[in-house]
Design a protein around this ligand. Structure first.
Ligand code: NI
Length: 325
């Protein structure tokens, strides 16, 4: 059968035998784009294809697949088909990769939300180094320690964790965007209006700008979450088109409903309400209005179109009865 593989904005056709295994498809897709020693993920209509099994059981002829590639080390503890045949080199590579990973026992403000277990998660956190700020005379800004704590809080927010698991998304690195890095500013300018963050190679890494413009502190947590949800939506959709904004809206609905239901369930985080820790107590009172406001604010093109409002109402109605916690 023939399949279309989309990678970094380029589409290539791939001819493969119907009876072939998905592992062969992953290898062939990587080779098609000249990728060596990379972990390949193939996504069909928002779902990650399994890495083994007959192709014909998972994809139809002519299917369009999106490919995500990441350095093997970053995905080192992804489950493999047969762990018993892994060699010593693999173990060394894994050990090296783990040094840079978030330790399983490291808990942030949210406590243990299961964020560090399982396949769908942020694999690593990268705050800006103190050198990055230390070279700027006269700046007084929170230490990288504090930035790392904030990245940990964002990546272990139980609503974010639930979204990653439900949508089967993996993000290699959650990094802090250096607000004064000209190179990055240029890059974000090219991508449009994402001045608060960017997504590299469909989730290989997401960088979020944490600090205020004058660097004196951090942006409010709910605002950082909004940026993070925006960048997570870029895992699936590159351009800021109607598909993108509808996905952003879905993530925002899911986020608010999760925290609303978690608080309603009586759960506490170190003695505090999850709504107090997430700072969205006011937003969950009227999820629909809050999401429309976020859409208008984030899209920066005036009030949402009638179509966007209808899509939101459709999603709210379709997911109304589903308890998310
Ligand atoms: Ni964007």
């Amino acid at each position: 059968m023939q399949l279309s593989i989309l990678f970094k904005g380029r589409t290539e056709q791939l001819e493969i035998d119907d009876g072939a295994d998905l592992s062969e498809l992953h290898d062939a897709a990587g080779l098609l784009f000249g990728l060596v020693d990379m972990t390949i993920k193939l996504i069909q209509r928002g779902k990650t294809l399994p890495t083994t099994g007959r192709i014909a059981a998972h994809a139809k002829p002519g299917a369009k697949l999106m490919m995500v590639a990441s350095a093997r080390a970053a995905m080192a503890d992804e489950p493999r088909a047969d762990p018993t045949v892994r060699g010593f080199e693999h173990d060394l590579a894994d050990a090296a990769a783990r040094c840079h990973e978030v330790a399983a026992e490291e808990l942030g403000e949210w406590g243990d939300t299961g964020a560090r277990r399982g396949e769908y998660r942020f694999c690593r956190l990268e705050p800006c180094t103190w050198q990055s700020f230390g070279t700027r005379a006269g700046t007084s800004t929170p230490h990288a320690f504090e930035a790392r704590k904030l990245l940990l809080k964002l990546s272990t927010d139980p609503a974010v964790v639930a979204i990653l698991k439900q949508r089967e998304w993996v993000v290699g690195v959650l990094g802090e965007m250096d607000p004064l890095d000209d190179r990055l500013a240029h890059k974000t300018h090219q991508q449009g209006k994402c001045l608060l963050g960017y997504n590299t190679n469909q989730g290989a890494r997401i960088d979020v700008r944490l600090r205020t413009h004058d660097l004196s502190g951090f942006l409010p947590y709910p605002q950082l979450i909004e940026t993070l949800l925006h960048e997570m939506a870029h895992n699936m959709v590159g351009p800021h088109d109607d598909h993108f904004w509808h996905l952003f809206v879905q993530l925002k609905v899911d986020y608010l409903r999760f925290h609303r239901d978690l608080s309603a369930s009586g759960a506490l985080v170190a003695g505090r309400s999850p709504l107090a820790v997430s700072g969205v107590a006011d937003q969950v009172l009227d999820v629909r209005s809050s999401v429309l406001l976020a859409l208008e604010h984030d899209r920066q093109e005036g009030p949402p179109s009638q179509m966007q409002v209808s899509l939101l109402d459709g999603y709210l109605a379709a997911t109304d009865r589903k308890r998310v916690v």
